[in-house]
Ligand binder design. Structure first.
Ligand code: SF4
Length: 226
């Protein structure tokens, strides 16, 4: 009989070193992106929805335009589907715009036009999955919760995973939750830094291990793999 594999928590000393190096690198290397300057939950949400299937450079162009037209949840809730579609034109994947519009109406109706601050409530809203719920809770409300997108999943699997037995989704989220600092502001930076590392250094095809700040803590990284 095969025994179920026990999820392992990463060693605390290793986690602390990893976090220190990651945050120091983020302070030096982070891109200056408009959605990192706000804690407005609606603005954070709009950026996350846009970033789901669109490149950062394109979102940076459309994001201010969309917010100029719909600056608040209440304003978006009152608009027509046609106006929302027009404002989204050029970003593609219009289901996102439809969901965002529906979400705004629900938030206006049920939550007094204020997005909930916890992932359990956020995930009940249209178009909001586990990642987006965590991202809004962390990036807007500075809650110490995990936000695992494709980039973060790749970093966690490479740094803390086991090449032979892999890491399933449930374990991935457990490890991510164990890694997130308990202090909300530090958790904000940690989550941003994990995404940035996955986007700029620990990229999918050819990770730039030679310039990676956490190479020494990584199970799979190689200095010559640049
Ligand atoms: S050392 Fe390489 S594989 Fe490990 S996190 Fe850094 S870039 Fe990714």
């Amino acid at each position: 009989m095969t025994r179920p594999s026990t999820p392992r928590r990463p060693n605390q000393q290793r986690v602390q070193r990893f976090t220190r190096k990651l945050l120091a690198w983020y302070a030096r290397a982070a891109r200056d992106l408009p959605w990192r300057k706000t804690r407005d939950p609606y603005r954070v949400l709009v950026s996350e929805v846009m970033l789901q299937q669109t490149q950062v450079s394109r979102v940076a162009e459309y994001y201010p335009r969309f917010l100029a037209r719909f600056p608040t949840v209440a304003r978006l809730a009152r608009s027509t589907p046609r106006a929302v579609r027009e404002a989204w034109d050029g970003l593609g994947y219009y289901a996102r715009a439809r969901n965002l519009h529906e979400l705004a109406k629900q938030v206006a109706r049920r939550h007094g036009s204020t997005l909930p601050d916890n992932p359990e409530e956020l995930v009940k809203l249209p178009g909001v999955g586990r990642y987006t719920a965590g991202a809004v809770a962390s990036f807007a409300y500075e809650k110490p919760v995990a936000a695992v997108d494709t980039n973060v999943a790749r970093v966690i699997r490479r740094v803390f995973g086991n090449a032979e037995r892999g890491m399933r989704n449930a374990e991935l989220w457990r490890v991510a939750s164990a890694l997130v600092p308990k202090n909300g502001k530090r958790a904000w930076k940690f989550n941003q830094a994990m995404m940035e590392l996955g986007a700029l250094v620990c990229v999918a095809r050819t990770p730039k291990c030679g310039e990676c700040p956490v190479q020494q803590q990584c199970k799979t990284g190689r200095p010559s793999a640049t």
